[in-house]
Write a protein that binds this ligand. Structure first.
Ligand SMILES: Nc1ncnc2c1ncn2[C@@H]1O[C@H](COP(=O)(O)OP(=O)(O)OP(=O)(O)O)[C@@H](O)[C@H]1O
Length: 218
């Protein structure tokens, strides 16, 4: 059994009293990839927000290993377009540390991920001038360049072509093999089967929360 990084136990969540998640349990170990799947509105983004600490559960608990560094790629990222950032600057933000300049390791990490996601030739382009898929690759790069113990990624491959999806999944696998925990949301069955484990959230019309029990390993 691997090292536990994130543990979700019997979580319920409601938006203004409307239930979204009910009795969800999930354990995420180091060196493991987990796909969260389910229909539109089933609560995938909400669960990822709970994992990242952006939202708090109404019931149950979400625990992160002490000192764990978490990188989050949210689904809604339009705010960043208000800034006049280039692709390179967008990715450099992933290596930001207060009161420290980027060092050689940071620059190498940024250069490497730009290459891996076929962004090097776009490095000086403004983020808001890119195509949807190019922009998504830049935001995935910003998340994956981080020195994180756990990567929480909401629909990382949305809008990407087959080659770009393959590149992203190669990187997710590499981050896990290097010891990180990786959790990503996807509606795409092919995407989800690439993960070590899958958590399927039931749709709004379903009466029970399905398929969560096998994900708790004690
Ligand atoms: N800020 C919010 N306030 C109120 N309700 C919300 C809010 N965010 C999401 N919801 C509702 O919570 C439910 C779950 O939304 P969520 O975004 O977690 O689903 P999802 O599985 O990620 O959906 P999708 O596949 O469309 O991205 C939906 O019914 C949605 O309408």
């Amino acid at each position: 059994m691997g090292t536990e990084i994130l543990t979700v136990e019997n979580v319920a969540f409601r938006y203004a009293g409307t239930p979204v998640l009910r009795d969800v349990s999930l354990r995420v170990d180091a060196a493991c990839t987990v796909a969260v799947t389910g229909a539109n509105g089933s609560g995938k983004s909400t669960l990822l927000h709970l994992l990242a600490g952006v939202e708090q559960p109404a019931e149950g608990s979400v625990r992160r290993r002490a000192g764990c560094r978490l990188a989050l790629l949210p689904q809604r990222t339009s705010g960043i377009d208000a800034l006049p950032l280039t692709v390179a600057e967008c990715v450099q933000i992933g290596r930001f540390r207060p009161r420290r300049r980027l060092d050689r390791d940071d620059r190498l990490a940024v250069g490497a991920i730009l290459e891996r996601l076929d962004l090097a030739r776009l490095a000086r382009r403004r983020l808001r001038e890119l195509s949807g898929g190019q922009r998504q690759r830049a935001l995935v790069a910003q998340a994956l360049v981080q020195a994180a113990d756990v990567f929480v990624l909401d629909e990382p491959t949305v809008g990407l072509d087959a080659e770009s999806r393959r590149r992203v999944h190669d990187l997710l696998g590499e981050r896990a093999r290097a010891g990180a925990a990786v959790v990503y949301a996807s509606h795409d069955t092919a995407d989800a089967t690439l993960a070590d484990r899958t958590l399927r959230l039931p749709g709004a019309g379903d009466r029970t929360v399905a398929d969560t029990t096998p994900l708790i390993r004690r």
